[in-house]
Design a protein. Structure first.
Length: 313
C-alpha cells in the first residue's frame, strides 16, 4: 500500500488532535480523480468538524483527513473519467463528507473539478473554492443580487466576506461592509461604505438595504433586521434566521446550506480571477505540518482573507 503525509484526527477535540502522520494514499474509483495537493486552506468548517460539531450531520469515519479547499495537479484518473490527464492544474472543493485535502493527495469527483485560474498560483487558487462557492450561493442564488441593490456584508474582511465584497461589486451593487481589527483593509477590497463595528453600531447608520449577508450570527444577525428595506432579504451562512422575525419586519430570510454547481461556478470564478475581477487575499501561509497553529489562529475569529496550508513548497 502506498502512503502519503497527511494531517488526520483520530478523535474529536481541540487543535491538538490534528496529527501530521503517514496515511494510506487514496486510489481513484470510477468517476474520480486523484489530485496531488499543492495548497489547501483552513476554514471555520474544518474546526467544526475537528471539534465533532458536524458528527451528527456528516457521516465521517475516524481517522479523518480534514480540509475542503484544494489547488493542485491531476495525478491519476479513475475509470470513465474524460477531460483530465495527469499534469493538469486544477482546483475544487472536496472532502466535505470524507477524507479531505490536508494531505499530499486527495480524491475528488471529476464532475466537481475544473482548471484553476491561470493567473494565480496554487496558494492563491486554493483560497477561493470554499468561500467563493458560499458567497456565490448567498448573493446570487438566494438573494438574487442585482446592480441596483445595496448589500450589507458583515465580516467583510474575512474568508467569505472578502470574496463576497468582490462578487457584489462585480455585479454592480453598492457594498457596505463591517469589520473591526481588519477595518483598515475594507476600502482596498472595494467596499463603498466601511463600518468599524467596534466603534459604530451599524444599525444606527445603515437603512433600507436590499440584502444583508450575515457571516457572524447572534446579536449581529438580530440587529441586522432593522437595516433592511421592505421586501429585502437577510441571508445567513452561520445561523438559521427566524421566519417569524422576518415576517414581522416584512422581509425575507434564507440560510446557505448547499453550494451552487461546483465545477461550473469555479470555472466562472477562474475566468473572473483571470480577468482581475476577483483577487483572493492570503494573509498567512503555513506548511501543512503547522495545521494546529492554523486552527488556533482562525479560531481567534479575526482572520483577514484566508490562511493557506502549503503542501508542495
Ligand atoms: N453555510 C456555509 O456553507 C458556510 C460556508 C463558509 C463559512 N461559513 C461560516 O461563516 C462564518 C464566517 O466564515 P469565514 O470563513 O468568513 O470566517 P473567517 O475567515 O474566520 O472571518 C471571520 C471575520 O469576521 C470578522 N468579525 C468578527 N467579529 C465580527 C463582528 N462582530 N462583526 C463583523 N465582523 C466580525 C473578523 O474581522 P475583524 O477581525 O475585523 O473583526 C474576520 O475577518 C463561519 O462561522 C463559517 O463557519 C458557513
Amino acid at each position: 500500500m502506498l502512503t502519503m503525509k497527511a494531517v488526520r484526527i483520530h478523535t474529536y477535540g481541540g487543535p491538538d488532535v490534528l496529527t501530521y502522520e503517514n496515511a494510506p494514499r487514496p486510489v481513484p474509483g470510477a468517476g474520480e480523480v486523484l489530485i496531488r495537493v499543492y495548497a489547501t486552506t483552513v476554514n471555520p468548517f474544518d474546526c467544526a468538524v475537528r471539534a465533532g460539531y458536524m458528527a451528527s450531520y456528516l457521516k465521517h469515519t475516524l481517522p479523518l483527513i480534514l480540509g475542503t479547499d484544494v489547488s493542485g495537479v491531476i495525478e491519476e484518473v479513475g475509470a470513465g473519467v474524460t477531460g483530465f490527464t495527469p499534469g493538469d492544474a486544477v482546483y475544487t472543493r472536496a472532502g466535505v463528507s470524507r477524507d479531505g485535502a490536508y494531505a499530499e493527495f486527495v480524491l475528488a469527483s471529476a464532475a466537481d473539478v475544473t482548471a484553476k485560474p491561470k493567473s494565480l498560483d496554487h496558494i492563491q487558487s486554493a483560497a477561493l473554492p470554499h468561500v467563493t462557492l458560499t458567497a456565490w450561493q448567498a448573493l446570487f442564488e438566494l438573494a438574487n443580487l442585482s446592480k441596483d441593490h445595496t448589500v450589507l456584508i458583515h465580516g467583510a474582511a474575512g474568508g467569505v466576506g472578502h470574496v463576497a465584497v468582490q462578487l457584489a461589486k462585480g455585479r454592480g451593487a453598492k457594498v457596505i461592509g463591517t469589520a473591526g481589527l481588519n477595518y483598515g483593509t475594507l476600502e482596498s477590497l472595494g467596499v463603498d461604505q466601511a463600518i468599524n463595528y467596534t466603534t459604530t453600531p451599524f444599525e444606527n447608520i445603515v437603512h433600507d438595504v436590499d440584502v444583508v449577508l450575515d457571516t457572524i450570527g447572534g446579536d449581529t444577525q438580530q440587529r441586522s433586521w432593522a437595516t433592511l428595506k421592505q421586501g429585502g432579504i437577510l441571508v445567513s451562512v452561520i445561523q438559521q434566521p427566524s421566519e417569524e422575525t422576518a415576517a414581522a419586519y416584512g422581509v425575507r430570510q434564507a440560510m446557505v446550506f448547499s453550494s451552487p454547481p461546483i465545477a461550473r461556478t469555479l470555472t466562472e470564478v477562474a475566468r473572473m480571477a483571470d480577468a482581475g475581477q476577483i483577487k483572493p487575499v492570503v494573509s498567512i501561509v503555513l506548511p501543512l505540518q503547522d495545521a494546529q497553529r492554523a486552527h488556533q489562529i482562525i479560531e481567534g475569529k479575526h482572520t483577514r482573507g484566508k490562511i493557506v496550508l502549503q503542501v508542495v513548497q
